[in-house]
Design a protein around this ligand. Structure first.
Ligand code: GCB
Length: 645
């Protein structure tokens, strides 16, 4: 109950908490290549601020039943007659009255479906934030938590001839024991934010599969295929015409076959993102995909793509549409991002801080953009709670089940800026085992706690960076080159060290305070000037002999605002920070990539300066409307001039 939050905590209501009729079905891989019927469109909705919809006696069996009562019968809810919401889409950006709303919204729509005997039907959600209860024709069939990963439930037995009703209770609130918690530097958009579809299959069908180059090899394919409803010994055929592969495998009693094949392949790379047509078939059905094959590994401080060192020229990104306000969810949204990444001369994107939609990852695969994918283990979560770990593991499994065949995805990030404790270390150890156990063909990373994220991590950071901090104070009283060494023990666990660093933004205020406390008469403007001019004397190093990716640096700027070299919030100041940061990072020998913070301004209730921010985080290279700030061109030119950088 602790993890649930909401009305489940109210003893008056607990008696009415329902249990789904069935467990969730295993995730259908490559869903869009199947026989699908979209349920996107206008859905009816009811805002349930008090969470009474499945609990109050006035509502009879509860809103999930979507009942209709006749003359003389009282029912205090109705979907008909109300307003509608577009699915997919967050509710915040659709109706002004829902902009700040956090809580429960019930969604409903009707659908007709004619299912022939012997066929099966699944209801698939690409993602909805955060907790969901799914009802079909009044029966609770699925419960799912986590706002950014897909799930599906079988509805074959619950389908009615003619009109059917699907109701989804979406609760956008998270909890201290959840992934993520409520305290994030981004707006927690609520709603059914990604595609919804009906997926029809035969009685026996291809559930999911993995096919990638075996770890450490560029000539051997390895993976598995999982049938649903199969008998032991059933044959599955794999065809990759472009690589002359045509093989048949036999599944075991669990419907699973291991795949191992020698192959001579044209490898996927950013220069040539070659995708093979891959076709799986069993008697009566075929499933097609486009899969790229590439190897990714580290050697010392190098990241090797297909055996060759690669430098990640990237940028970070929230799932904020470049085309309109609100969450991105479509192929057009993804295409707009790819267009901007190409304009930046980038080969890499950090999809922060949670799994983005599948369109984005597929578009990266086609465009040759390397991807850092991440789970919202953000700042300080309840590391010592086994349910929290369970939730993180489940979300990672769902992400891997969706994206395991995407060549573009090279990095699985375990989290962002987590304060160092024993409980955290144990949590990450388990996560690393979990993720590697399901996919050993990619690299693990995490954005380690740097000088940024100060307010967010609150009191923890004070003690954590005390050592580094005093080095910096010394630097300002007696400027000598400073090496900042990343010592976080999480560096042992991951393959690539991510590090967020805000020397050009947050650090000056902190250093000023520390200097003033020591009795020095300095102003923040003096420290800031010094910080920017002397930044090139800093070097970032790690204790681990592994590749280093600066997963964030940046500065806030309001698009259109110009100013002098110290005017924070001006485009000029932001551009100056980029210039100095890029020059400074040249010093760091282990540096193998950067993904500055961030491509576009994003909604953040954290940001309370109503004049400059107005609940936007302004560190974007593009404004909220997608207009370029000065730093965009600066970064684009830098990447063009430093292709190996
Ligand atoms: C960080 C966080 C990111 C914030 C950013 C900022 O270190 O990882 O989520 O949005 O700093 O702008 O402060």
């Amino acid at each position: 109950a602790v993890a649930d939050g909401g009305h489940e905590d109210n003893p008056l209501f607990t008696a009415r908490v329902k249990v789904p009729e069935q467990p969730l079905a295993p995730l259908l891989g490559n869903v869009r290549s199947r026989s699908v019927t979209s349920l996107n469109g206008q859905w009816n909705y009811i805002v349930d601020q008090l969470g009474v919809g499945d609990a109050s006696p006035l509502l009879r069996g509860g809103v999930g039943e979507d009942a209709s009562y006749g003359a003389g019968e009282l029912l205090e809810y109705s979907f008909a007659g109300g307003d509608t919401l577009q699915v997919p889409g967050d509710w915040n950006s659709q109706h002004a009255e829902l902009f700040w709303y956090r809580g429960i919204v019930w969604y409903q729509r009707d659908f007709d479906y004619q299912l022939d005997d012997g066929r099966r039907l699944f209801l698939y959600f690409g993602g909805a934030n955060f907790a969901k209860d799914v009802y079909v024709n009044g029966t609770l069939l699925a419960r799912h938590k986590g706002g950014f990963t897909p799930f599906n439930t079988e509805i074959t037995q619950y389908l009615r001839p003619g009109s059917n009703s699907v109701v989804v209770k979406v609760d956008s609130r998270s909890a201290p024991t959840e992934i993520p918690t409520e305290y994030n530097d981004w707006l927690n958009y609520g709603g059914i934010t990604r595609d919804v579809m009906l997926v029809e299959t035969p009685a026996t069908f291809l559930g999911n599969y993995k096919l990638q180059l075996a770890k450490g090899s560029r000539e051997r394919l390895q993976g598995w295929v999982q049938l649903q409803g199969a008998r032991a010994g059933q044959a599955v055929r794999l065809r990759i015409p472009g690589a002359d592969i045509d093989e048949t495998f036999r599944v075991d009693a669990r419907g699973r076959a291991t795949v191992r094949l020698d192959a001579s392949l044209k490898l996927w790379s950013p220069q040539e993102p070659h995708l093979y047509d891959v076709e799986w078939s069993i008697e009566g059905s075929v499933l097609k995909d486009h899969i790229g094959f590439r190897s990714i590994e580290t050697r010392g401080e190098d990241i090797l793509l297909n055996g060759e060192p690669v430098f990640l020229r990237g940028v970070s990104l929230h799932e904020e549409s470049l085309l309109r306000p609100g969450r991105a969810h479509s192929a057009a949204d993804a295409a707009a991002v790819i267009d901007r990444l190409k304009a930046l001369n980038a080969n890499f994107v950090r999809l922060a801080h949670y799994p983005h939609n599948e369109h984005m990852v597929r578009a990266a695969d086609r465009a040759g953009i390397l991807v850092w994918a991440e789970l919202p283990v953000y700042h300080n979560i309840t590391f010592d709670n086994p349910c929290t770990l369970g939730s993180a593991q489940k979300q990672y499994s769902e992400l891997i089940a969706r994206d395991q065949n995407r060549a573009a995805v090279i990095l699985w990030s375990l989290g962002n800026e987590t304060p160092e404790t024993e409980a955290r270390d144990a949590f990450f150890q388990s996560m690393a085992e979990h993720v590697r156990g399901q996919d050993d063909t990619r690299l693990l990373t995490a954005a380690l706690l740097g000088f940024g994220g100060m307010e967010a991590v609150g009191e923890y950071i004070g003690t954590l960076i005390a050592a580094e901090h005093s080095k910096l104070v010394a630097f300002f009283t007696d400027p000598e080159p400073v090496t900042m060494t990343i010592e976080d023990p999480l560096g042992e666990v991951v393959d690539v060290i991510g590090y967020n660093e805000y020397l050009g933004w947050y650090m000056s205020g902190m250093i000023t305070d520390a200097l003033v406390e020591r009795g020095l008469e300095v102003t923040e403007a003096q420290v800031r000037e010094r910080m920017l001019t002397e930044m090139v004397k800093f070097t970032i190093d790690t204790d681990f002999g592994k590749p280093l990716v600066i997963s964030e640096f940046g500065a806030g700027a309001k698009q259109g605002q110009r100013g002098g070299p110290l005017d924070v919030w001006s485009e000029d100041y932001q551009a100056r920070v980029y210039q100095q940061q890029l020059a400074m990072l040249e010093n760091s020998e282990a540096l193998r990539g950067i993904s500055p913070w961030i491509l576009k301004d994003f909604r953040a209730p954290y940001r309370l300066n109503t004049d400059k921010q107005h609940y936007w985080n302004r560190k974007g290279l593009l404004s909220e409307e997608g207009r370029e700030k000065l730093a965009f061109k600066l970064l684009s030119d830098y990447y063009a001039e430093h292709p190996g950088r």
